[in-house]
Structures are given as C-alpha cells and as structure tokens.
Design a binder for this molecule. Structure first.
Ligand SMILES: [Zn+2]
Length: 308
C-alpha cells in the first residue's frame, strides 16, 4: 500500500517487462487503444461469480452492471503477468469482478490513478524502509501477497494468494484490500480517507468519517495491544504452537491485526471485511459499517433474497 516500491523492485519490474522478446508482449499489456473492448462470455461470468460467494447479495441488475464494469476495466487498464507468469481469462475476470464490486455504485474513475494490474506467480519480496522518530532509517525485506503502488503506480497481486478459495465468512480478500488502497490514493498518499464524490455521496451521511474512524482505529489498536500482552514472554512466531496460539487469539478480533498498522491499512482491512464478512464488521464497529455502506453505496448485509 502506501509503501513505495524500492528502486530495486521497480528496476526488477521494468526488467521483467523488458526481458520479454519484442512481439511477445501479452496482448493485455498493449495500450488500451490497441485493444478491443472484451465481452466476457456468460459461462465464464457464471463460473467467476460461483467462485465469489460473498457476492450473493447482489441483485440481477447489479450483476449485469458489475459485468459491464469488468469489461470496461479490462478494456481500459493494462493487465498482465510478470515474473514469467501468463494471465488467463479466468484470472483476469476473477480480479476484475472483485476490483469492480468496490466501485459498483460509484465510478470507475476512482481507479484513474492506477497504471496497470500486474500478476506475479506467487508472493514477492519488496524492500521496505521506515524512518523512525529518532531519525534512524530501518530497512528490511518483506514478503507480500499484494501491493498498490501510489502516485499512478500499478496494483501487483500474487496469483497463488488471489486463487485461495473465498470461503464464506473468512474476513479477508486480497483484491479488495489492494483496490481499496488504490481508491484511498485518489486524494494523494493513502490515509484512510477516500475521496467524497459530489454527485454520489451525501456529505451529511459521511460528516463524522474522521471522528468515527479515529475512534474505531484507537479501539482496535488497544485490542491488538491486549492480544500482544497476553502472549507468552518467550513468544516466537516461528514456533508452531506459538503461531497457533496467535492465530486463535487473532481470530477472535473483528479484523486482521494488520489493520492496526496505520489508518490506511485500517480502511483497507475494514473494506475487505465489509464486503466478505459484513456481519462481523457491523457487530464490532456498527458506525464504521454504516459509513462504509454510505461511501460504497451498498449494503452487503442484505441477503440475495431481499435484494431481488
Ligand atoms: Zn495494505
């Protein structure tokens, strides 16, 4: 997310693209003007929706609109593999459906800042830097399943991670997480405060956004602190029994502990849970659920039956 890819990673990325022999650049990476607008075959569309049971709340009209948005996204944004990976149609549509559900009742222009969607075969290593309060620069390598690069950058996704089955109720979704970051970047650096659109958003409904998100974020950080305080003094995440204990404790939290990293991660993780496990978010942070429902202009808690 807000973490900028290191120069080394960007060189690696450019290298991967330049390594492709001329003429073998995937069609999907051609400038959009050279591509025709795709039409997703009905069979592929049905199988995509079957793999995303959390979308069951959408009405038939919403599903048709989602399909049209996917076709627009695939037409206007370059999407292709890196690291020797080739993206097939099923993967492209699977990514597009999850990316577009965020903007289903909004506007695809929220992704104007995104240059491309790149798919790596598995998790990738990125060099991270952080300047602490004492002015000391810390550098470390981090293994990532996804990354949204700000300032016009791409969204990079690990194919292995995005292909994990989307079991109902599990509170995470890689694609929604990274595209929520992209939306958050619409105002510049991500800060958990996505742009309000004049035509589509009611400022009155969203008036207490900062206040409510700050309060929920502080509360969640306290919950994560309490979890960490309850770990054994010799806690070692590499130990299987300790990792199991951590997972059990983290499973009781309404959001993944990663949401406590900063306000931007809190917004991205809350957006994931809003779409894939809405009852969980509404139960723990009802005001955050209400605000996200007002911002996304959707209510995933509605069952498919009542939506039709
Ligand atoms: Zn993130």
């Amino acid at each position: 997310m807000g973490r900028t890819l290191s120069a080394g990673w960007l060189r690696k990325l450019q290298g991967l693209l330049q390594d492709l022999p001329a003429g073998l650049l995937p069609d999907a990476l051609l400038p959009s003007a050279l591509r025709t607008r795709p039409s997703i075959p009905e069979e592929l569309w049905s199988s995509t929706l079957a793999r995303l049971p959390f979308l069951d709340y959408l009405s038939s009209d919403d599903r048709r609109r989602l399909k049209a948005l996917c076709e627009d996204l695939l037409h206007t944004k370059p999407l292709g593999g890196i690291g020797g990976f080739e993206v097939d149609d099923a993967t492209a549509v699977l990514i597009a459906a999850q990316a577009c559900v965020l903007v289903l009742k909004l506007d695809l222009s929220l992704y104007d800042d995104m240059s491309a969607i790149l798919v790596h075969p598995d998790a990738f290593q990125v060099k991270q830097q952080h300047l602490d309060d004492a002015g000391v620069m810390h550098e470390w390598d981090e293994q990532l399943a996804g990354e949204a690069v700000d300032q016009g950058g791409a969204v990079v996704l690990s194919w292995q991670d995005l292909m994990q089955p989307q079991e109902p109720g599990l509170p995470w979704n890689l694609v929604i997480h990274e595209f929520a970051h992209k939306i958050d970047m619409g105002r510049g650096s991500p800060n958990g405060f996505p742009p309000f659109l004049d035509r589509l958003h009611s400022r009155a409904e969203l008036a207490n956004w900062s206040e409510a998100f700050c309060a929920a974020y502080d509360d969640f950080c306290e919950r994560v602190d309490r979890l960490e305080d309850s770990l054994p003094p010799d806690f070692d995440p590499e130990r299987d029994d300790h990792a199991e204990l951590y997972d059990a404790l983290a499973g009781e939290l309404p959001l993944d502990p990663y949401a406590a990293s900063d306000a931007a991660e809190f917004f991205a993780v809350a957006s994931e849970v809003f779409f894939v496990a809405p009852a969980r978010l509404a139960g723990a942070y009802p005001e955050i659920y209400r605000l996200l429902a007002a911002w996304y202009r959707q209510d995933p808690l509605m069952t498919a039956d009542s939506a039709r």
